[in-house]
Design a protein. Sequence first.
Length: 746
Amino acid sequence: MHNWKSHEDSQFKFSKGTNILVGPMGSGKSTVLDALCFALFGNFPALQHKRLKLSDIIMSRPSKKEEAWVKVEFTWQGSRYTVERRINSEGSSEARVSKDSRLIQGPQPQRVNEEVERILRIDYELFTRAVYSEQNGIDYFLTLGRGDRKKQIDELLGISRFEVMRSNLSTVLNRIKGMQEDRRALLGSMDMEKLRREEELAADELKKLEREVAEIGAKASEVGSRRKSAEGSLSRMNLLEKVHTELVERKGAITRTIETLERDAANKMAGISPEEVGRAHESEIAKLEDELKDVRKLVAQHTKEIGSANEKIRVVEEELEERAELEKRMGESNESAEQLKADAEKKEKEVNEARGEIGCARRRISELDELIAELGKHLTKCPVCETPMGDEKRKELLERRKKERQAELEKTSGLEKLIADSEKLLSSTRERLKLLEETEDRLKKLRGIAELDRLKLTLKDAEEKLAREEGQVRGVESKKERMKVALEIGQARVRVEELRKEGAEVEKKLGELKFDRTSLDAKRAEVRELSVEESRLLERADGIRNEMKRVEELVKSKREEREKYDKLGEEIKRYGSLYENFVIFQNSVAETQKELREELIGAINSAMEEMWKTIYPYADYQGIRLDASEDDYVLQLNSGGSWVNVDGIASGGERSSASIAMRMAFSVVLVPNLSWLILDEPTHNLDEEGVRALGKVLNEYIPKIVEQVFVITHDEGLRDAASSVTYHLWRDKEKNEPTKVESVTF
């Protein structure tokens, strides 16, 4: 990096694993990864969102530089690539990309962007959403609104185009259906002979209207000439009136203002001494306002603490009510888990035994069916033992086998009913057992009265502090208001003297001005009468012209209706066929979108579930998932078998841990070929234990999942998280010195 913001000449060599950039705020850490992003794609978030211009990247302190450049070398699929971009103080840029020291594209930046995207198979938008987390932007997707979050995650997954397509197809279908129905109605209502008669009558009416509008136009032109002459005279008289009115109004305003200022000053003097008026100054008021801001900050802090305590008390009280209800329900039940389990096992055994008997009976029925079929033939030998057998003996055996078959059928029917009844009882027993076990688990998790008492003590302490600080606020406000009133009284006295001088000047100008209102009113009446007459004529002409347009459109429409008559039937058939084809296509698009969303969200959730146990070191949340509904995506945590939303439920540290897991899952699933992850200040909102756990994950586990990780942090606790290389950055900002870089470990 050369002349790149605070970096005059900085070099970094990163390796596979976790690379750490550590240093104080403003030392130029984020600038390194901004430069990496810009080198690859010609853009980075601050530039994209116009927080700075391209020329702002060039170092300007301690001296202004004319150009800056950044060069990145990386190995990809066995080849070594180099990307270099240069910008100058005028805001223009150029870029080049080389493969194994051979130039393959440049110097046009857009061509280089396209070549890098082709090589890495990832564009800027996917890189910044799935790979590069901007500073304090770990939880970016949680901060979005319901509709915006669904839109952006769908864009990230690459399925937003299906939603747009579905919406467009619905619009098209409605238009096709409406057009088809319109043509059916039109076809059934047309009368060709009536259309011809109406066209002839409309043509005659059009000629009559053309003659009438010509006559009225001539009259309007003559009246308009007279009006313009009168308006010229009136304009000159109006200018004189305007000056007179302004002077009179100014005189009255000055008088009223003086009276108001004097009255207000007299009212305000009640309780204010002349000494206070003399001492009042804006600088003293400013000091009181600064003091008031400090006290109000304390009031806001205590108010926030009270709100938090009240909310926690409400939650614990709800848990106490829930505990009482559950204990009451448990007391009313006369069943135990052991009894229900024993009943379930007994019924299950009965069902299995009955199914075994049904199998034997069905096999016997099959054997009897074969014997009955053989005995139904005119046999002379027994089909089993082949001994001679007469016809009477055959019939006797046939009848006996039929009775045996009927008995087996009845036995099978009885067993099937027994199985159905037993399975129904078994299902009911299992449901009661599940409800009993869930109730017992819930009772173990609910908090008791001790926690409620502790929270009430916390609330009382915060309320006492708030009362003290509010009293101090009232005292400072009262003192500030008295000084403001005293200052206003002094300012009002100065303003009254200025206004009296201005009033004398206005009175003098009124005496010198000559103005005759009678002549002005007469001229206005003349102009008004001429304008009314001209407007009446023009409105009449416009009305006739509008009527002419209507008649012209009527003639045209009747002619077009006759020409379209033969085409309507064919169009109706075509629209019907087109509608059916679009319905099939719309259904296919919806099903494809659904299957693709389920596949991608399933892969992301699987990846997050594997990472969660190592990223989050506590036991209160055992799992994580991204829940996808029709109108939103919600990041959730598993708490004792129940899924709760991260947004609104989780603490700041839990929210950051969940967001980091989601970021890594997006990177692994959506950009598996790149295997990069960039985290800027990932310890935001994490407690000490969370920072240690994150450091262990970055050092030991993430390198097994993601090939190369870049972490920017001012948290010295992450210094040992590197599994590859650590760079320490610092600079003297008071002297505007450039960033200094030190390789700490390799």
